[in-house]
Each structure stands twice: as structure tokens, then as C-alpha cells.
Design a protein around this ligand. Structure first.
Ligand code: SAM
Length: 288
């Protein structure tokens, strides 16, 4: 699976920029996001330097963003919720101004929407929503009616020791770059604890029956030995598996889908987490 190709199916006026998705494979000659970039050999493992803050970082309260809050020109929502919980988001298409945190923000249109927070722009795919909050507020997403819930829930929770995990990922990638084998054989033991180049996807089904049989369609059973191969993105970004999962989802159609602990927003999905806009920053996109 090529993540950039898959993600780009969700956007009409923007495309996900390969040079920012796979930034470690690209060497940028300029710091502007839309600048021309050149592909470098994967042997070059140097990380791309993020552009410095390009935004007016003054908050509503008049205080300034700390370095962490807008590191690399990108806001840290995890920190902002602490210092500016009343922060607002402006949807450029209809000039609606809404609370950015603890609020369901929706793009109901069949077009990409641009949203602004503190002069930074975020791209929302068509018919998507996000709810940006800490775990304490997740109850607000539980539907009032039991039959109006979600029939696909994707969860990628934070893991203990994530910094050690991230560090080991880079080590294993360096190994890969140095030892790429042309005959397609494995370059290292797949089960080294600290150098696992794979993650397991656990699928669970709720035994609850859906009453309205008219809305049900047949779904495929999952094979245990199914493997999805993808190109790693930066910052431990998971590949966009949403579309691949849909054919395995029982229940009403179209499926109602939510991603928990999301760092990006998929078309037709609800994204919840404390930084669901992370990869929606306009620096990851180019205009068509
Ligand atoms: N699936 C995501 C991706 O591929 O980009 C990665 C998710 S990452 C493993 C976990 C996410 O959960 C991070 O964005 C982190 O900020 C968020 N998170 C951690 N603790 C949280 C909490 N208490 N409430 C809400 N989100 C939290």
C-alpha cells in the first residue's frame, strides 16, 4: 500500500505531499512547504529540518506559544489545550467560528474544507469530523441512542516506552537502508523485540446483533495470515487502513466509523484524540 496514494483519494482540491509524508526520503532545498523537492537515496537517513514557526503565535489571551506549543511551525494541541482551552477554529468556507477543543467540528460538505487556528491552516477532507479532547471527555462521543453508534472503531492507543520504541524504529530503518536486499529476502530477523519492522492488527467483532436486516450487507471473513505491506511515514505514522477494513465490517451501511487516538482525519470518519489535526496541517499538503 502506498499511503500517499490512498490518502489522496479523500481530497479534491489538495494532495498530500509525498515529500512531507516520507520526508526522510526527500531533501528539501528550501523551507517553504510548496517548494520543489528532490528525491534522495533512501541511504540518506538524515531527518528533514522542519520549517521554523511561520505563524503569528499570539494566543487569544495575549500570551505567546511556547517553543513546544508551536514547534516546527506546527501547533502542539496537547499543550495548547492546557494554556488556551477556549481556543477557536474558523472554517474558511462559511466563516463559522467554533470551539476547537471539546467540540465536534464537522465538514459536512462534499469538498475539502480549510480551517484556521491561530493563523495556521488545516485541511479537512469531505464529510469528516473531529473531536479534540483529552480522554476525560471521550464520553461525549457516546451516542444517545444505542442503534446510532459506530460499527467500525479503529484504536491505536499510546504505548508505554514510545520514545524507546521510536528510537529503535530509526535504528532498524538505518539497518534496512544499509542492507537492502535485491532478491527480496528478509534483511533481519523479524522478531527482534526492539527492532520489529511490523505491527499486529487485532480485529474484534461485537457479538451484538443488528436488528434492521435490510441495511445489512454481506461482509468478508478475515484471513488470519493477511499481511498489509506499506511504506513507513514519519513520526510512527500508521498507514491509512480505513478503506481496507470497510469490506470486513458487518452492520448497517454506509458504515459509521471512528478512529480513537487519531492524528489525522479520514473522509467520512470521525477522528478523536488530543491532536487529530496533527497531520492535517497545511504543510503536509499542496494545492492541486
Ligand atoms: N494512529 C496514530 C498515527 O498513526 O498517527 C498514532 C496514535 S499515537 C500511538 C497515540 C495518540 O494518542 C497521540 O496522538 C497522543 O497524543 C494521543 N493521546 C495520548 N494520551 C491521550 C489522552 N489522554 N487523551 C487523548 N489523546 C491522547
Amino acid at each position: 500500500m502506498d499511503p500517499v496514494h490512498v490518502l489522496n483519494r479523500s481530497y479534491l482540491r489538495f494532495t498530500v505531499s509525498p515529500s512531507s509524508y516520507y520526508s526522510r526520503f526527500f531533501k528539501s532545498s528550501s523551507t517553504t512547504p510548496n517548494s520543489v523537492t528532490t528525491v534522495t537515496s533512501p541511504l540518506t537517513t538524515q531527518k528533514r529540518k522542519e520549517p521554523r514557526a511561520l505563524v503569528d503565535t499570539s494566543l487569544k489571551s495575549g500570551s505567546r506559544c511556547s517553543k513546544r506549543e508551536c514547534e516546527g511551525g506546527q501547533h502542539s494541541f496537547v499543550d495548547l489545550v492546557q494554556v488556551a482551552p477556549q481556543l477557536e477554529i474558523r472554517l474558511v468556507c462559511n466563516a463559522a467560528v467554533l470551539p476547537a477543543f471539546n467540540n465536534l467540528v464537522a465538514n459536512d460538505t462534499k469538498d475539502d474544507a480549510v480551517a484556521e487556528i491561530l493563523n495556521n491552516r488545516y485541511i479537512m477532507p469531505q464529510e469528516s469530523c473531529f473531536y479534540m479532547s483529552d480522554l476525560g471527555q471521550i464520553r461525549n462521543l457516546i451516542p444517545a441512542l444505542t442503534d446510532s453508534g459506530f460499527n467500525l472503531i479503529v484504536v491505536d492507543p499510546p504505548q508505554e516506552n514510545s520514545s524507546a520504541h521510536r528510537k529503535s524504529r530509526y535504528i532498524s530503518l538505518q539497518l534496512i537502508y544499509e542492507e537492502v536486499k535485491k532478491n527480496g529476502s528478509w534483511i533481519c530477523d523479524l522478531d527482534l523485540f526492539h527492532h520489529r519492522p511490523y505491527e499486529c492488527l487485532i480485529l474484534g467483532y461485537s457479538p451484538r446483533k443488528v436488528n434492521n436486516t435490510d441495511n445489512q450487507s454481506k461482509f468478508k471473513p478475515v484471513n488470519n495470515d493477511h499481511v498489509i505491506m506499506s511504506i513507513p511515514g514519519d513520526y510512527s505514522r500508521k498507514p491509512p487502513i480505513a478503506d481496507l477494513l470497510l469490506e470486513y465490517v458487518p452492520g448497517f451501511k454506509p458504515s459509521r466509523c471512528i478512529e480513537l487516538f487519531a492524528r489525522e482525519i479520514m473522509a467520512g470518519w470521525v477522528a478523536w484524540g488530543n491532536e487529530p489535526l496533527y497531520f492535517q496541517d497545511s504543510k503536509y499538503f499542496v494545492k492541486k
